[in-house]
Design a protein around this ligand. Structure first.
Ligand SMILES: NC(=O)CCC(=O)C(=O)O
Length: 259
């Protein structure tokens, strides 16, 4: 599977401008004929939390239609990072994915809200797993701060996932954490980690970029710099099976002792 990561800069609180950027960059990336694209977290609005309720997309319909249309036009899978969805009980930070026919295959709302960036004041947390199937590959999706919770990622891996897609707006001061956490999630779960961060800044943060693809042995296959960039890498799923065969971590677990 060939995957392209779209490390976009995001205009603060300007969905129209961000849709235009996303369309331009998706068309550019799709020309390279990847099997799958990945976008960052909250790419339609950025972290304009005080206005997020006004800008949130009712049940994600606008974003789903937009991304679904492009996926179908190019015949590619799109793991569409996350956008703000308006629900009956508030706003969620929701990741979604569509298949080559433009049909939704994933809807996952960020489970752990990041207090340092005030998410808990404006967002409702999700409550279900981000498992999905992409061209027959068992996959999982998580959003930014969720990568700090290894037990949550493990719950997806014990359910069979082989690829972890992460969408983020991760600030530059914690770049070292971003890299170490992602590499750790890949090694401990013997899976591919495909992680797309944003570039640029907003009134409160400078973001780290450094989107990357990591293989099941923890080797970084490709990594962006800090600016806007598209990076592309190939996943070879036989490497997941080989790593899990050589070091049978999943068979050796003793979960009855872990609580
Ligand atoms: N958008 C986020 O969830 C940021 C998470 C983060 O920066 C962290 O250190 O964790």
């Amino acid at each position: 599977m060939k995957v392209s990561l779209l490390q976009l800069d995001i205009a603060f609180g300007q969905p129209e401008a961000n849709y235009a950027t996303a369309e331009r960059v998706i068309r550019l990336a799709a020309a390279g004929k990847p099997d799958c694209l990945l976008l960052p977290e909250l790419w339609t609005t950025g972290y304009d939390l005080t206005r997020l309720g006004e800008m949130a997309d009712p049940e994600g319909k606008e974003a789903l239609t937009f991304i679904g249309g492009l996926a179908k036009e190019y015949g590619i899978n799109i793991v569409a990072g996350s956008t703000a969805w308006q629900r009956a009980d508030g706003t969620t930070n929701t990741m979604f994915a569509v298949n080559r026919e433009g049909q939704p295959v994933l809807e996952y709302s960020k489970l752990h809200l990041f207090r340092l960036m005030d998410e808990h004041l404006y967002l409702q947390p999700g409550a279900s797993k981000g498992l999905f199937d992409l061209d027959g590959i068992s996959s999982a999706g998580v959003i930014c701060y969720d990568i700090r919770f290894p037990e949550w990622i493990r719950a997806h891996m014990t359910a069979g996932a082989e690829v972890l897609f992460a969408a983020a707006e991760w600030p530059l001061p914690r770049l070292a954490h971003w890299r170490a956490l992602l590499v750790s999630r890949a090694i401990e779960n013997q899976c591919y980690v495909v992680a797309c961060n944003r570039a640029g800044s907003d009134p409160a943060n400078v973001f780290a970029g450094h989107s990357m693809i990591i293989d099941p042995w923890g080797e970084i296959l490709c990594e962006a710099g800090e600016g806007e960039e598209i990076i592309t890498g190939e996943l070879d799923l036989s490497k997941v099976r080989e790593a899990r065969r050589q070091i049978p971590v999943f068979a050796d677990r003793r979960p009855e002792l872990y609580t």
